[in-house]
Design a protein around this ligand. Sequence first.
Ligand code: ATP
Length: 132
Amino acid sequence: MHLKIITHDKIVFDEDVDEIYTRGVDGEFGILKGHVPVMSALDIGVTKAIQNNKAKMFTTMGGIFQFKDDNALILTDIAETGDDIDVTRARSAKERAEARLADKQAEIDEKRAESALARAKARLKVALNDGK
Ligand code: ATP
């Protein structure tokens, strides 16, 4: 089966794969060859493609997942590989978001801080490759 990951700027990935795992708004799910058609809204998270028993990981920051006739398409705002990610920056973003969420005094936009935290966690997972 085939997986294509497209952002506003570029085609990030366009290759045959054996398995796909991603995070929809209703939770994580996996797709194997021959799966019935799927159309799902994506959450902020990690998409993992397995090729010859090796995992390739991408952050996928929302968007749409479509699967039909053994072709998967991901349209997402941002899709980063480990090489794209600055770990120090992601760690700072995570700490900042956690501090905002922990500060009960502050008038914060909680949803915004939660999204920032989810982005940072997805980046660290991909960069540190611990989702295998
Ligand atoms: P930060 O607070 O560090 O800016 P953010 O989650 O607010 O993080 P985004 O709005 O998701 O950042 O992304 C804005 C741009 O910055 C995108 O092009 C994204 O790829 C890039 N970017 C964000 N964080 C990182 C990172 N840790 N390493 C590399 N690029 C990053």
